[in-house]
Design a protein around this ligand. Structure first.
Ligand SMILES: [Zn+2]
Length: 183
């Protein structure tokens, strides 16, 4: 789920915040933008395809991080974390379920579109579905160091998002009929 993507991306901002506190805020902002960004294709285009780049994303993150080390400014640090967060989000979607309302039925195993090979990567179900206990567990494990190191809006925002994620995880299966009515 998107909260997990944001929590994982923010976990990568933690070492930045510890090593260079003056870049803590741009690192967090970049991580949040990168963690959320791919899923904006829920709103425009085709989900898990239009804004998901499981190959280009992680590859682009490498020069992004190198640039931030060579020229550390708020902008380059934010950009590096955005590329890391977005690349990880795109590539790690393959570890979840396919594009389906009832992922536990495994009716569509297309996980994320690989623009390089021009085909869908198949879901690995390491995290069986969005909002599954495994998914929530990862969000919490990734989120705890963020909550400890950051304060202010990052801590409270992530704390609130994790609270919503717990409710979502509890209700996930029961929400399906409502999702179907909306769609
Ligand atoms: Zn995604």
């Amino acid at each position: 789920m998107v909260v997990t993507h944001v929590a994982v991306a923010l976990a990568f901002a933690v070492p930045v915040a510890l090593a260079a506190p003056q870049f803590a805020t741009p690192a967090a902002v970049g991580a949040i933008v990168g963690g959320v960004f791919p899923d904006l294709d829920l709103l425009v285009g085709e989900h898990r395809r239009t804004l998901h780049f499981p190959v280009f994303g992680p590859v682009l993150a490498v020069p992004g991080v190198v640039l931030a080390f060579l020229v550390p400014t708020p902008l380059t640090v934010a950009l590096a974390l955005a590329l890391v967060g977005g690349g990880l989000h795109s590539a790690s979607d393959v570890l979840g379920a396919g594009e389906e309302l009832r992922p536990w039925e495994r009716t569509n195993t297309n996980a994320v579109y690989d623009h390089v090979s021009g085909r869908w990567w198949q879901a690995r179900y390491v995290f069986p579905y969005d909002g599954s206990p495994q998914d929530l567990g990862l969000a919490v494990v990734a989120g705890v160091p963020v909550l400890l190191v950051y304060d202010g809006p990052v801590r409270w925002g992530l704390g609130a998002a994790l609270g919503v994620a717990v409710v979502y995880a509890v209700l996930r299966r029961r929400l399906v009929p409502y999702f179907e009515r909306i769609l």
